[in-house]
Design a protein around this ligand. Structure first.
Ligand code: ACM
Length: 660
């Protein structure tokens, strides 16, 4: 068959020539195109279930929306013929076959998969293949044989710090499905909110959520929605720390006297569950039992991170408990106490039929093997877990809220350097990774812009072959996927536009955009050091509007590398002149009040860049005194201005150096 010949001829790492993200395991592009028009129709054969019918309808609808072509119902020959062998597991499991094979010819496309998960993945690939050329919409002929590198490809969403309503969750799932992610980790409780209804303990959400929580009906709706897209749903209830919201309704769970109110600030706080009282475990037994029945996934996340131990140290009874157990080393005794708590909770989780997941801190030398460790602190603990025979997933390097670039995330690999001295069996223990979006600085309107499109780069790291590492090509495809995601209902582009308009308050948007495009928020946890934020601090300023990663700065750096003087001049001139254009808008919009300094700095830095170009073009060396002054200016520009960074400083510095 043609199939075999094509694969035989195919180089293992062909020049891409496609826009797919994640890159499939094997792809060979052929000749000609399958046209997409109003007669597009999907036909299902083999094993059938409602999920597949719905996926076919959704594919057609998404195709129609992104192309603007109304699809004609009826009996036209199928453009996409889908064959599914058999059912997948009743509750989606970690180790399921997600492979598929997709063959597109100018006459028809054919998608084959062992089970519905492979069909879902293949349909997303097919949708991504639709593009426009001079002949109209179509799909270039190709043969794809694809399967994921890692079985665990997730996103953790924090709905506690800022509440994220049902529609935000659903569109997040839509985006996840588009890039073939398969685990939605739902961080449902923290100091600032308890976000799910408990019928056994109604005061958890009743008093701990400001009324912002998911009913059990809504939880079931999310689980069904996720299953329809081949995504597992894992709840996280963070304990024994990060648990203030539990204590508002049930102060007896805490290690200090209370009373407690919902936490309104960000950070690590003292309240922690009392690991010494049997009543704590009785409560957790009932609670975990209720939630284990609500959430069908085999795994159950108990958090376990960042216990500062202060309430434990301040409680004489807890001190006595530790002494009685022989945990007397001042440095270690709270860790030992937490390990005791973890073991007790793990017994309950197991009793209710689940495998426990915890953050790094739960990893102790005697941790039972039927636990999974999620590493936020680094790859080391993942390797340590693997050596102990404990499964792990990587989140360190995938924290989207830390505002790193897509390239930074792309470079993090669950089996990277930290895993290099593991043997094969130990490597198998590293199941994959999860991105995380903690929501201290994320509201529902900001969610998509904080997750997308960078999430797609992480999704590729987790799905595609380890040797798929071309950063420039990643960025090229990321731009394409970003536009596609917006067509699926994500709002990272459209919301950005709305926020720019809000900043401009009816005035000209262009100068606001020019500034917004070249600034970034400060990285990691620096924002909380600049300003005291609370749950109610407005997140509507330039730092919130600006993208985590300046595309313009990245593109400008490419122009510098290419010595594209004409285009550099265009940008630099616009930036130099922007401060004067922005001034009247700043004068009338309080939201821009903090931005005067960085706006002036942009103009000054751009002026330096233009002078550097003058020297370069004149073939002159810039005088040492000039270089010194510009270097001082750039040193100043490099420093954060409040919560903002000027992201074109590095490429302009390069120009100044070139002019020397
Ligand atoms: C964490 O970031 N504390 C899990």
């Amino acid at each position: 068959m043609m199939t075999k010949v094509l694969f035989f001829l195919m180089a293992p790492l062909a020049i891409w020539g496609h826009d797919l993200m994640p890159v499939p395991a094997k792809i060979a592009l052929g000749q000609g195109r399958l046209r997409i028009d109003g007669n597009f129709r999907v036909e299902l054969t083999g094993y059938r279930e409602a999920r597949l019918e719905e996926a076919a309808a959704r594919l057609t609808e998404n195709m129609s929306r992104s192309t603007g072509i109304p699809m004609r119902p009826g009996a036209s020959p199928a453009a996409l013929l889908v064959h599914c062998e058999r059912a997948s597991a009743a509750v989606q499991a970690a180790r399921e076959d997600e492979s598929y094979r997709l063959v597109v010819t100018p006459q028809q496309a054919r998608l084959d998969a062992a089970n519905p998960l492979g069909v879902l993945r293949g349909m997303e690939t097919f949708l991504q293949m639709v593009d426009l050329d001079a002949g109209g919409f179509g799909v270039t002929a190709a043969e794809i044989a694809d399967q994921p590198r890692f079985q665990w490809r997730g996103l953790m969403l924090d709905v506690a710090r800022h509440w994220m309503p049902l529609d935000a969750v659903k569109r997040t799932l839509d985006g996840m499905a588009a890039v073939k992610l398969n685990v939605f980790h739902w961080h449902l409780s923290d100091n600032q909110g308890f976000r799910v209804e408990s019928q056994r303990f109604p005061k958890l959400a009743g008093m701990g959520s400001d009324g912002h929580y998911f009913t059990q009906e809504q939880v079931r709706e999310v689980i069904a929605y996720a299953r329809g897209r081949g995504i597992r749903v894992i709840p996280e209830f963070d304990m024994p720390g990060h648990a203030t919201a539990w204590f508002v309704g049930y102060p007896e769970l805490a290690s200090g006297p209370g009373p407690y109110t919902i936490e309104r600030e960000w950070g690590v706080f003292d309240p922690a569950m009392d690991p010494t009282r049997e009543e704590t475990y009785k409560f957790l037994d009932t609670f975990i039992g209720e939630m284990a029945a609500l959430f069908p996934d085999a795994y159950f996340h108990i958090g376990g991170d960042e216990v500062n131990g202060k309430q434990w140290d301040a409680n004489p009874r807890i001190q006595e408990f530790k002494r009685a157990h022989g945990w007397t080393n001042k440095e270690k005794s709270n860790e030992e106490l937490q390990a005791y708590f973890t073991r007790r909770v793990q017994t309950l989780v197991r009793k209710h039929g689940k495998k426990m997941i915890g953050w790094d801190e739960v990893l102790t030398p005697d941790l039972p093997r039927d636990v999974l460790v999620q590493s936020w602190r680094g790859q080391k603990s993942l390797a340590a877990a693997a050596r102990q025979g404990v499964d792990g997933i990587l989140s360190h390097g995938y924290y989207l809220d830390l505002m790193y670039s897509a390239a930074d995330h792309y470079a993090a690999d669950p089996l990277g350097d930290g895993a290099s001295d593991l043997n094969e069996e130990q490597r198998q223990r590293i199941l994959g990774g999860e991105a995380a979006i903690w929501s201290e600085y994320v509201t529902p309107e900001l969610l998509d812009a904080r997750v997308w499109p960078r999430m797609a780069a992480i999704a590729e790291r987790l799905w595609s072959r380890q040797d798929v590492t071309d950063v420039a090509d990643m960025y090229r495809r990321l731009d394409v996927v970003s536009r596609e995601l917006e067509w699926l209902g994500l709002t990272h582009v459209s919301q950005y536009e709305k926020m720019l308009e809000r900043l401009a308050d009816g005035g000209p948007v262009a100068p606001v955009r020019t500034l917004a495009e070249v600034v970034e928020g400060v990285k990691e946890y620096a924002r909380e050091e600049v300003l005291k934020y609370t749950s109610f601090t407005p997140l509507n300023r330039l730092v919130d509007t600006a993208r985590p990663e300046s595309q313009v700065a990245r593109q400008f750096a490419v122009l510098v590398e290419a010595r594209d003087v004409a285009k550099m001049r265009e940008w630099l001139t616009r930036w130099r002149d922007n401060d004067a254009r922005l001034a009247p808008v700043e004068a009338s919009s309080e939201l821009l009040a903090d931005d005067a300094e960085i706006s002036r700095e942009l103009s000054a830095v751009a002026a330096a860049g233009l002078q550097a170009l003058d020297y370069i073009q004149a073939g002159q060396h810039a005088p040492a005194e000039w270089t010194e002054r510009q270097t001082a200016l750039l040193e100043q520009a490099k420093k954060p201005k409040g919560v903002l960074l000027l992201s074109v400083e590095p490429p302009v510095r390069k120009l100044v150096e070139l002019a020397k």
